[in-house]
Design a protein around this ligand. Structure first.
Ligand code: ADP
Length: 178
């Protein structure tokens, strides 16, 4: 009995040590949606620190400048105290190392995400075998949600306010009108 209590305490100590982990959540976030926010909230419960890393992604021709995406992510995530937001240009793995993070976090919405994410995780493991990729799924309300779909609907005058922080929704409308 005593043995099993000791075992339990040791297990808890080990578990808390294991979970003392910094995760990087990379993406384009053009703009940040409630799907991204949902994932960031879940991650903030699991990891000691979460860094949302916004890729410049010039080849994707983002609608918003990197600085604008950073601002929108910061205001959408300001209710989470163990989250910070950074921008990066270049190799993700370099930012992971610079931040001393151990985990790359990605979201999986549907099976269609899997192939690309699987390749990305394998490539990142080739580049640095110590860094692990972990996946979280969002609430079922957001499994269909993507920033590109939000932009598409908004560009046709559709109401996407339920998918974005109110300020981000305003900025999206302004950008599409301007
Ligand atoms: P990328 O341009 O690299 O695909 P995104 O900005 O679209 O990046 O998304 C960043 C990460 O967030 C990806 O792992 C993506 O799967 C995840 N993600 C995007 N939308 C959602 C959502 N609705 N629910 C959960 N994860 C999401």
């Amino acid at each position: 009995m005593i043995g099993s209590i000791e075992f339990g305490e040791r297990a808890v100590r080990k578990a808390s040590k294991r979970m003392s982990t910094k995760a990087i959540y990379p993406g384009t976030f053009d703009p940040i949606t409630r799907g991204h926010i949902d994932l960031a909230e879940r991650a903030s419960q699991l990891f000691t620190e979460v860094v949302v890393a916004i890729a410049a992604s010039p080849t994707k021709q983002p609608l918003f400048l990197l600085d604008e995406r950073l601002e929108m992510a910061k205001l959408s995530l300001k209710h989470i105290d163990n989250i910070s937001v950074i921008g990066f240009d270049g190799l993700l793995i370099d930012s992971v190392r610079a931040e001393h993070a151990q985990v790359v976090l990605r979201g999986l919405r549907a099976v269609s995400d899997f192939e690309y994410e699987f390749q990305l995780a394998a490539m990142n493991r080739r580049l640095d075998s110590v860094i692990e990729t972990m996946f979280l799924t969002p609430s079922e309300h957001y499994t269909f949600l993507s920033a590109s779909m939000v932009k598409e609907i908004a560009s046709h005058g559709g109401d996407v306010s339920q998918f974005l922080h109110p300020e981000v929704n305003e900025r999206l409308i302004q950008r599409l009108q301007g």
